[in-house]
Design a protein around this ligand. Structure first.
Ligand code: BDP
Length: 707
């Protein structure tokens, strides 16, 4: 197997589990179908699933042709109640479904067509996991926006993509063969994802050329039957760079007209376009600030343009401008989003959603929740999560991320001193917002594994399932995914569960601890260890490490004031070093290396121990995987093993680089006497040089003899 079907393999069930299926359906009945609608996809999917799982080939029938027997009945609520039966489910929300399983008789009823498709996938997931029990329930999505963002460029490269070139674009335009896009839409639909933006947020203006609008139309046509709406990432300066105007001022009538015309052309080709995503005035992207207009002026320009068509604007909160003054002690990029957006609360039109990364900086291995979620009550918000592992080993390391997302989603912001979890804020319940939800940056590529590492697909699975229902448990989701992806063997389940659930804490251990951030090279690659690059750079992600102290003082009293951006109860917790959890202590406080943690260890000893523990635990992953030989198909077994072995080696590089660096900087010895000794490491000096040339090691900390 090469991974292309992800968790939708519909593998035959083992004989012992099959016995649990007392009776199986005899036909599929479709109540309201047009040829390429989500309902007809649902019917074909059920047909395919039952063929794979039970080896039974079922007919798809119109209701009039249905004879006695056990049917899988598929339809919208209104079609069900006019043409089949009488179902009273008043609590069915848009995209939600009702599923009833009574032995072999199954009803799958959606509030809309998409809901029917989601219900069909839910039914198939149950039986593919060997669950034949009766059931009757309604499942509604937690939030209306459940999108994925892809950072694909028109030339076919993918920003922060680690699985080969784009499935959407090549040589400046949309690829001819969109088979992979439809396979991807199928995977997304099975999770309840209802929107996709194929184009990088660092957007090329020519995405809006006539040729590309037609290409986007073809993408939308392929995804529509799966209920996945197309959204488009746009470049703020397009009226000038593409349209030939001499300005892109959002209040200029010619600019407004230009956008209205392009929007009209887009909706002509894609009548159900979801809307636009905008990255403005961030990391070199143009935006309204150039013309002294506010970010809200910029967002509302687009909001007005798409409003007549029912579109929405995802306006990114990833705006910061602290490059110039990095030497200023109080400058803090973590403050930027609240500084930029707080005063704009109430100024955005009601079809604008502010898309906020989960933490205040940028997808680090450990961040507190972004305080912006609690600061703009009159604005709809969505949470941006990263499925692609930009700072988390880039799919050469395996990190199962949902446990981290869960910590963020379950965090209680204590708005007005009342329970207000982040998931309730994002779901619109805390501030009474109609819009809201999730955007996952996925960046799949043409590699048949989609993400480059078969195990990393658990992150896409977990993302989609949490966007549907963020209350779910991360380990339960992992185990669902394992059964669907690798089958039922107990050792397989236990092994991947262990590796998966230990992977995030392990990665945090051998990279950056105690809230110091990932400690990767920060300037562009975001991959290997480079703690020195975290300071003295214009991007403002600083460890503030000196020979005696480390960590960033973000208190109101002495630091950057970032702790004060949270609601009072949370602010007090972070302001005070005694109540700041150990895992965020260096995020909020600047402390001596010998500062005692609540665990009783000093900060520096924690660094040393965590790095040795993390690297040691990583050494156990590949051998554990090797025990699965013969229990998993050869191709996926080999490909995963290769990456786990690589990760084992690279975790040692990480361990030594970070330990050496802080050992050299602080001059404080490791109590266990390990730092500088490099167990397991094969020194370059012991190699003979054949076919290679000598080169300097960069960053130097990654060399074991660096002093
Ligand atoms: C950073 C990435 C960069 C993205 C940026 C963004 O390094 O490639 O363009 O985020 O989200 O994490 O806009």
């Amino acid at each position: 197997e090469n991974g292309i079907d992800g968790w939708l393999r519909y593998a035959p069930l083992p004989a012992d589990l099959l016995q649990g299926a007392a009776s199986t359906p005899t036909a599929i009945v479709v109540l309201n179908s047009t040829d390429s609608s989500p309902i007809s996809i649902a019917a074909r999917e059920v047909q395919k699933g039952l063929q794979g799982i039970f080896g039974k080939n079922l007919d798809i029938l119109q209701p009039s042709a249905a004879r006695n027997g056990s049917h899988v009945v598929l339809g919208t609520l209104s079609a069900y109640n006019t043409g089949w039966g009488n179902l009273n489910v008043s609590n069915l929300a848009p995209d939600g479904y009702f599923l009833s399983v009574r032995r072999g008789s199954v009803s799958i009823v959606g509030r809309n067509e998409r809901g029917v498709l989601y219900g069909a996938f839910a039914y198939l997931s149950r039986i593919a996991q060997g669950n034949f029990g009766d059931a009757q329930f309604v499942s509604n999505p937690d939030a209306p926006i459940r999108w994925v963002n892809e950072w694909d460029n028109l030339d076919g490269t993918i920003e922060r993509g680690y699985a080969g070139p784009s499935i959407f674009f090549s040589e400046g335009t949309v690829v001819k063969n969109l088979t992979r896009v439809s396979q991807y839409a199928r995977l997304l639909a099975s999770l309840g994802i209802n929107g996709l933006i194929p184009h990088n947020v660092n957007a090329n203006p020519s995405i809006l050329s006539d040729e590309n609008i037609d290409g986007l139309g073809r993408i939308a046509d392929v995804m529509r039957p799966y209920g996945v709406q197309l959204g488009i990432s746009i470049n703020f300066a397009s009226p000038k760079s593409l349209g030939g105007l001499n300005t892109f001022d959002p209040l200029d009538p010619a600019v407004i007209e230009w956008w209205n015309n392009r929007t009209k052309a887009l909706y002509k080709r894609v009548p159900d376009l979801g809307g636009f995503i905008v990255k403005a005035n961030s990391e070199g992207q143009p935006g309204p600030l150039t013309y002294n207009r506010t970010l809200a002026d910029g967002a509302n320009l687009f909001a007005r343009a798409v409003k007549p068509y029912g579109g929405i604007i995802m306006f990114r909160a990833f705006v910061y401008d602290r490059f110039a003054d990095w030497t200023v002690w109080k400058a803090d990029r973590a403050n930027a989003a609240v500084d930029f957006f707080k005063d704009l609360d109430g100024k955005f039109l009601d079809n604008v959603v502010v898309q906020i990364k989960y933490g205040p900086i940028d997808f680090q291995v450990r961040e507190p929740v972004s305080p912006l979620f609690a600061n703009i009550p009159k604005t709809a918000v969505a949470m941006e999560l990263q499925v692609t592992q930009e700072y988390l080993g880039q799919q050469s390391h395996f990190v199962y991320i949902p446990p981290m997302w869960k910590e963020i989603l379950d965090f209680d912001m204590r708005v007005n001193n009342k329970s207000s979890t982040v998931r309730d804020i994002v779901g619109g319940r805390v501030f009474g917002q109609k819009l809201g939800g999730y955007a996952g940056v996925v960046n799949v590529g043409t590699n048949t594994s989609w993400l480059g590492h078969h195990l990393s697909m658990s992150n896409l699975y977990g993302y989609g399932r949490l966007a549907w229902n963020p209350k779910q448990d991360a380990q339960d989701l992992l185990q669902e995914w394992i059964r669907l992806t690798f089958g039922f063997d107990k050792t397989v389940l236990d092994t991947i569960t262990r590796i998966g659930m230990e992977s995030w804490p392990t990665y945090e251990n051998y990279t950056g601890n105690l809230g110091i951030q990932t400690l990767t090279d920060i300037l562009y690659t975001h991959y290997g260890p480079n703690p020195a690059s975290q300071d003295n750079n214009g991007w403002g992600q600083w460890t503030r490490a000196t020979t005696t102290h480390i960590g960033m003082d973000r208190t109101v009293k002495n630091g950057t004031g970032n702790a004060g951006q949270y609601p009072p109860e949370v602010a007090t917790m972070y302001e005070n070093i005694e109540t700041t959890p150990d895992n965020l202590i260096l995020w909020f406080h600047h402390v001596p290396y010998k500062q005692r943690l609540k665990s009783g260890k000093t900060v520096i000893q924690h660094f040393y121990d965590a790095h040795y523990d993390g690297a040691a635990n990583t050494q156990t992953f590949a051998p554990a995987w090797e025990n699965l030989r013969g229990k998993i198909d050869q191709q996926r077994f080999d490909e995963v093993l290769f990456r786990l072995r690589y990760q084992a080696g690279h975790s040692i590089v990480w361990r030594d680089a970070i330990c050496n660096f802080y050992h050299n900087l602080s001059g404080i010895p490791d109590e266990a006497g390990r730092v500088g000794k490099h167990p397991y490491r094969i020194e370059a000096e012991t190699f003979s040089l054949k076919g290679f040339t000598l080169t300097g090691v960069n960053p130097p900390e990654t060399a074991s003899n660096f002093t």
